[in-house]
Ligand binder design. Structure first.
Ligand SMILES: [Zn+2]
Ligand SMILES: [Zn+2]
Length: 277
């Protein structure tokens, strides 16, 4: 009964967040439209289902591995190290966590593209041919789970997140909220550019180029979520003055949510789930 009540509360919380996201992003996309697109575009229903699915499922699946990692590192690393990290000012811990989490997420994302087994799952996110804020949610839960593991585990190892702590752990909470909001923003159908700051903080243009299907020499770039200089550091930065011509992947994926969830597991040889680098 208690589980049912907390599940219902989660659904209500997600509905409130969804309303807030609509209130922010729909007017933004109307005022600074990059491409003329309908709000109720193709696959919007599936993307809304992904919104709820990916907000609920990966979080539950992460509890066990992250608790095990935290318990293991707390046995190995002296507790004095964690005490000194937690004594640092909040802004330093937050800045460090954003950078460390970003490097973890960069490599997770790059592996999702470069390792065929992982691309099967990540292809779902790249199937979008019209990009708007809600495309942020279109991802296989395995994709989300893998990315979250890669960005959160380093935070636990370095003591920037402490699941054993009794009080509210503010740093991972802020990293998650900031990262999630920025994820919606960089997918938005808005024509904003950040000028010379575009190498520092990701813009919609930076991530829209990640979704391009403009040719083999332009794909597999811009893996960072918030900090494009991480791509500069690892040689995958690509940001010309113009915008991409088209988005998506060459072969269509299953139209239904069930097909998209199951195909990477039961039909991995489908052409759309195989990408030649
Ligand atoms: Zn990608
Ligand atoms: Zn994306």
């Amino acid at each position: 009964m208690q589980h049912l009540a907390s599940f219902a509360l989660d659904i209500v919380r997600l509905c409130v967040w969804l309303v807030l996201l609509v209130v922010v992003f729909v007017p933004l996309e109307r005022l600074w439209t990059l491409r003329p697109q309908k709000v109720f575009r193709k696959a919007i229903g599936t993307d809304l289902l992904y919104y709820f699915l990916n907000s609920l499922v990966p979080k539950l699946l992460l509890i066990v591995p992250l608790t095990l990692v935290a318990a293991a590192v707390h046995r190995v690393v002296p507790s004095a190290f964690y005490s000194s990290v937690s004594a640092l000012p909040l802004w330093i811990r937050l800045a460090a966590a954003l950078i460390v989490g970003e490097v973890g997420a960069y490599w997770a994302h790059r592996w999702l593209h470069e390792i065929p087994l992982l691309w099967r799952f990540h292809a779902i996110h790249h199937s979008a041919e019209e990009i708007d804020w809600l495309v942020n949610t279109r991802a296989h839960p395995v994709d989300v789970l893998f990315t979250r593991l890669c960005d959160m585990v380093p935070l636990y190892v370095l003591g920037l997140a402490q699941p054993m702590a009794n009080k509210l752990d503010l740093v991972p909470l802020l990293v998650t909220v900031i990262g999630t909001m920025w994820g919606f923003f960089i997918h938005a159908n808005v024509n904003w550019r950040f000028g010379f700051l575009e190498w520092l903080v990701s813009s919609p243009a930076f991530h829209h180029w990640h979704h391009t299907n403009d040719g083999p020499d332009r794909i597999n770039k811009n893996y960072a979520a918030m900090l494009p200089w991480v791509d500069k550091l690892f040689g995958t930065f690509y940001l010309p003055k113009q915008w991409p011509e088209k988005y998506g992947i060459d072969t269509p994926i299953a139209p239904s949510l069930a097909g998209q969830l199951l195909d990477p597991i039961v039909a991995p040889s489908k052409p759309s789930l195989v990408r030649v680098l």
